[in-house]
Ligand binder design. Structure first.
Ligand code: NAD
Ligand code: ZN
Length: 239
């Protein structure tokens, strides 16, 4: 299918990064079995939720910082480099597609990026080290913006927070231009992100789903590969 396609797009979820040591949400032992996610309105409305959000973030941070691209990330980078893939639309926030060598312009991040923070009021960027320093010096209190006093949040999209406009627009363009759509490592239950594979299929593209567990869209896919992502994609590493 990749050989036959004119324009392929990959759509990735947390499953492509488990090989890199970052747990997904919904697998047994995944993040959700430990912590319910913090809704955006709670983050905004309650100081103790902001403290908790940053506590969780820094508890996870070592595994994020140590993570290196896995076989899946590297295979997609190779396909892109060979001109077989036009872009990667990702739900992930771990920056690993960029680290694997895909230019930032070709990585469409639907849920933001967890490797830095921003002020929700004025939009100024803060590095995690800045936040961590203040968090630690204040005994675990979430810092406010040094400029405007607004809440500082990891640059990711929380449940209940609106989707970023520009990435949504780009993802739509890529989805509608694709004749092959590869959904990799996503349970396809998080909306509106899961709408992209559906739209690609309705628009006439072939849909391939690679995931070790069943997904909600398996029924409409042209091919379902229920296997390990790294094992399946590594053939492209030296193709
Ligand atoms: P998900 O946790 O809902 O689903 C991941 C899927 O990947 C599961 O169905 C699991 O069976 C499968 N999987 C895991 N490892 C696999 C492997 N090695 N081979 C094949 N399949 C494998 O993830 P989602 O659909 O991306 O939704 C979770 C949301 O949480 C996303 O929106 C994302 O923003 C966020 N998240 C991101 C990260 C990250 O950036 N790495 C990690 C956890 C959660
Ligand atoms: Zn601010």
């Amino acid at each position: 299918m990749i050989r036959q396609s004119r324009r392929a797009v990959a759509f990735t979820g947390a499953g492509i990064s488990t090989e890199s040591g970052i747990p997904d949400f919904r697998s047994p032992g995944g993040l959700w079995t430990k912590n319910r996610p913090i809704e955006f309105s709670d983050f905004l409305g309650r100081k103790e939720m902001r403290d908790e959000a940053w506590r969780r973030k820094f508890a996870m941070e070592d595994s994020f910082r140590a993570a290196k691209p896995g076989r899946g990330h590297r295979a997609l980078a190779k396909l892109l480099q060979d001109g077989k893939l036009s872009a990667v639309i990702t739900q992930n926030i771990d920056n690993l597609h960029q680290v694997s060598g895909i230019p930032s312009a070709k990585v469409i991040e639907l849920h933001g990026n967890g490797s830095y923070a921003t002020c929700l009021d004025c939009g100024i960027r803060y590095e995690l080290d800045w936040v961590k320093d203040r968090f630690e010096k204040s005994n675990g209190s979430a810092p406010d913006c040094a400029d405007c006093g607004g809440p500082v949040k990891s640059a990711t999209v929380s449940f209940g927070q609106s989707m970023p406009e520009e990435p949504m627009r780009q993802a739509e363009i890529e989805t509608l231009a694709a004749d092959l759509f590869l959904a990799i490592g996503s349970s396809l239950v998080v909306w509106p992100a899961a709408g992209f594979p559906l739209r690609a299929k309705r628009n006439g593209a072939r849909l391939v789903i690679l995931n070790r567990e069943p997904t909600d869209l398996d029924e409409i896919a042209d091919l379902v590969i229920r296997d390990d992502i790294g094992d399946v994609l590594e053939v492209f590493l030296d193709s």
